[in-house]
Design a protein around this ligand. Structure first.
Ligand SMILES: Cc1cc2nc3c(=O)[nH]c(=O)nc-3n(C[C@H](O)[C@H](O)[C@H](O)COP(=O)(O)OP(=O)(O)OC[C@H]3O[C@@H](n4cnc5c(N)ncnc54)[C@H](O)[C@@H]3O)c2cc1C
Length: 481
């Protein structure tokens, strides 16, 4: 058999964040010959099975929880029924518009060859895609990540879902057990409980959503527990089908060793993400990975093989879409425009769209103490309910916490739990991208009264030492467990 070797100016794997670079390159030079490869639907994880479909589902969940509070404000309202299939179909219909648009773009662009297949390195700068072998002196690896499946006895013998397959559901499970206690578990646990499922989240870590500040996690657990059973410090050891068609999970309390049985109609495995490099075979191309398989890059995002760049989840650093977008820009500047720009992670934000919403940026208190020393820090704190808008909304205990360097008022990190946390944190994030990173513009700038943004400004006006902060939180009854 004759192997056809096709040569490209650039080969791109993945159709998510890296497409920003492809579009920019096509605009600059329509003659550039590009190969784009993705084994899955075009649009990448964010559009097809990550951020966007999950947030489309979470919006009706948020509405349900809001409507349920109406009676606190003297409004009598009842939710008649929830059409779960309609909720799911709306999500699928909305994302398919963009997926189809992406597909059209990929199949109708001059000088761009789109391969819907697995790409595998066979030699440096050379990949096998389906029956073809393709080559380029510049390659962008945006291979993303996939759900990690923990080695639980019996799990392979039962039907379980991941955040990929859950999007295909049409019937609401009466009950669902979520294996994992991170942000995907917190978001989907909230979604299914709002839709009407009985939800049990089983997290291995002592802390629910372990990436957050301990007091934020504790409050999130307390609040979500009003609708969901949240087990922490429990490891699922076995899963089996029962005669009644349900699934029985056995979890062990890691502290006491006590076994607990959980019965559910469906299981969602949400216990982390792993790289896709097993199918890529980077080792055949001189591209180094770490012990878990994430692609190693330098601070310019170049891999160990010159002119091969990696970005997004593939490098295993911060698995967020906005980080992937930033990295795509850095790769564009460095690979295409030869600028030599370093990737910047000094203020990486994220949000967890659970109930209540959480948002965070920069250093956590413990990290700041380790880096700068307790005596060099101040913590700003304010509860929503201590502002006019928070009072009007009838919310309780939600708060804004800002970690600052004491002499300069440089913002080191911020953590918010409560309504619109992901929006409120943005003015802090923006200041963290100014030359001084000082909180002063936020302290001095007028904030519309009575808007929720006042809670952020007031947190910065209400500054105290780390120890005073802990006393204050104790007084509020908001310390971590
Ligand atoms: C349920 C869920 C919710 C999320 N919510 C958020 C959120 O709210 N906010 C946020 O910032 N982030 C969120 N994320 C994370 C976000 O989706 C990812 O960080 C982001 O989409 C990664 O994009 P990427 O550009 O690195 O990869 P993408 O380009 O999006 O994906 C890589 C693609 O490459 C394909 N591929 C991999 N290897 C090969 C190969 N060898 N051959 C062919 N194709 C291959 C993969 O199948 C995949 O389609 C969420 C993720 C999940 C799973």
């Amino acid at each position: 058999m004759v192997t056809i070797l096709k040569d490209y100016d650039i080969i791109v794997i993945g159709t998510g964040s890296v497409m920003e670079i492809v579009t920019a390159m096509e605009q600059e030079n329509p003659n550039v010959k590009i190969a784009v490869i993705d084994k899955d639907e075009p649009g990448g994880i964010c559009l097809t099975r990550g951020c966007i479909p999950s947030k489309i589902l979470l919006y009706p969940a948020e509405l349900i929880r809001k409507i349920e509070t109406a009676r606190d404000f003297g409004i009598s309202v009842e939710i008649g029924s929830i059409d779960f299939r309609a909720v799911m179909e709306r999500m699928r219909a909305l994302i398919s518009v963009d997926i189809n648009g992406m597909r059209r773009g990929l199949t109708h662009t001059k000088n761009l060859d789109y391969y819907k297949d697995v790409a595998q390195f066979v030699a440096p700068y050379t990949l096998k895609v389906g029956k073809e072998t393709i080559k380029s002196e510049m390659i962008f690896l945006c291979t993303g990540s996939r759900p990690a499946i923990p080695p639980i006895e019996g799990l392979e013998n039962v039907k379980y879902h991941t955040s990929d397959s859950i999007l295909k559901l049409d019937t609401l499970p009466k009950s669902i057990a979520v294996i994992g206690g991170g942000y995907i578990a917190a978001e989907y646990g909230h979604f299914f409980s709002a839709m009407g499922s009985v939800v049990t989240i089983i997290g291995r870590n002592r802390q629910f959503i372990p990436e957050e500040e301990p007091e934020v996690s504790a409050l999130a657990k307390r609040e979500l527990q009003k609708h969901v059973t949240v087990m922490t410090n429990h490891e699922v050891r076995s899963v089996e089908k029962t005669a009644g068609g349900k699934k029985k999970l056995v979890a062990i309390n890691k502290q006491t060793g006590k076994e607990v049985e959980i019965s559910a109609d469906e299981i969602l495995v949400a216990s982390g993400r792993e790289p896709n490099t097993d199918m890529l075979r980077p080792e055949k191309a001189g591209i180094k990975t770490d012990e878990r398989g994430w692609i190693i890059t330098n601070e310019y995002l170049e891999t160990s093989q010159p002119y091969v760049w990696a970005l997004g989840d593939a490098d295993g650093r911060y698995l967020f879409k906005h980080v992937a977008n930033h990295e795509a820009l850095v790769v564009y500047y460095n690979a295409v425009q030869k600028k030599g720009i370093k990737v910047d992670y000094h203020a990486v934000p994220h949000a967890v769209f659970t109930d209540p919403e959480i948002a965070s940026v920069g250093l956590k208190e413990k990290e700041a103490v380790e880096k700068y020393g307790k005596s060099n820090l101040l913590i700003g704190i304010q509860r929503y309910e201590d502002t006019a808008k928070g009072l009007a909304m009838g919310v309780k205990d939600y708060f804004v916490k800002v970690v600052l360097e004491s002499t300069t008022l440089r913002i080191l990190g911020a953590h918010i739990i409560g309504p619109q946390a992901s929006v409120l944190i943005q003015e802090i994030i923006n200041l963290m991208y100014t030359p001084t990173q000082s909180a002063e513009p936020l302290i001095e700038g007028m904030h519309i009264h009575p808007s929720l943004s006042e809670v952020v400004q007031r947190a910065l006006n209400f500054r105290m030492s780390v120890d005073q902060y802990h006393h204050m939180m104790e007084h509020y009854g908001l310390l971590a467990e």
